[in-house]
Design a protein around this ligand. Structure first.
Ligand code: NAD
Ligand code: ZN
Length: 250
């Protein structure tokens, strides 16, 4: 593994334009469970039953009780982990330009990164289904489920449910930065949720190196990735950052 830390550090320091694609695994060490993979929510229930827009519209009370209530509590407590801090440092060093994230937890912003494409929106705001009024998630009162706006309409999170489309400007900009980077770091994503999973293919097709970080192999590992650093995001990024700091101090 040490050799791979060194290789990744060398590659990143030599690169001019690095983009990171992050998924739910990135925030696991912050206490937010992923959907797929070990310990994922899919081991307990099928997120499609709850995280799909049709499910929400059909039975908002159920989706609020099973998914959103818990998510609000977990996300409000969560803090950036070593992986988030590492990417913030990588931006500060001028190496990392943009993060494309599938996460909705806002932890990249909290860690200090400034150019983040939130592919699936975020959980920081809710919107009334009837009058469209927005409300910050931390101000949503959960004593009655589902929470309602003063007009009586039900609040929905502003994130992108399964079955909804990615905001076109986010998709276009992701495709653009993917096609322009010389390294794409793919971290903590099972790379099966489209169209996010397509970004590494665009990057690879345009000549970028793909460096994957994940405790498990993914569909990208054998086909697209140049190499995989197998392990938890925080531990692996700490290892790479230590090598980068060594390189830069010489
Ligand atoms: P996923 O749940 O499908 O896959 C998680 C991936 O993370 C797996 O490949 C797993 O092996 C890996 N992983 C687990 N622990 C890890 C760790 N400590 N370090 C690095 N990798 C780890 O996630 P996905 O591909 O991002 O897709 C699911 C969708 O669900 C996302 O698009 C996202 O919108 C949503 N989601 C978001 C959050 C969040 O905001 N934190 C959490 C759960 C789900
Ligand atoms: Zn309203």
């Amino acid at each position: 593994m040490n050799d791979l830390f060194k290789q990744a550090a060398n590659d990143l320091v030599a690169a001019k334009n690095v983009v990171a694609l992050t998924g739910a695994g990135f925030s696991v060490e912050s206490g937010i469970p992923p959907f797929r993979g070990k310990g994922g929510l899919w081991e307990k229930f099928n997120p499609m039953e709850y995280a799909h827009i049709d499910a929400f519209m059909k039975n908002p009370t159920k989706v609020w009780n099973v998914l959103l209530k818990g998510l609000k509590e977990i996300i409000e407590k969560a803090q950036p982990n070593d992986a988030h801090k590492g990417l913030a440092r990588l931006e500060e060093l001028g190496i990392l330009k943009t993060i494309i994230t599938q996460n909705i937890d806002g932890l990249h912003q909290k860690a200090g990164n400034t150019d983040i494409i939130e592919f699936h929106g975020n959980f920081a705001w809710h919107r009334c289904l009837d009058c469209d009024k927005r409300c910050e998630t931390e101000r949503i009162d959960l004593t009655v489920i589902p929470p309602r706006c003063e007009c009586g309409g039900i609040y929905r999170p502003e994130f992108v449910f399964f079955g909804e489309t990615i905001p076109p400007q986010d998709l276009r900009r992701s495709e653009l930065v993917a096609s322009q980077c010389d390294i794409m770091l793919v971290v903590g994503t099972s790379a099966v949720v489209q169209p996010a999973a397509f970004m590494p293919l665009i990057a690879k097709g345009a000549g970028a190196k793909i460096i994957e970080i994940n405790p498990e192999k993914t569909p990208l590992t054998a086909s697209i990735s140049d190499y995989l650093l197998m392990g938890k995001a925080g531990e692996v990024i700490n290892g790479i950052m230590a090598e980068i700091e060594k390189l830069l101090s010489h």
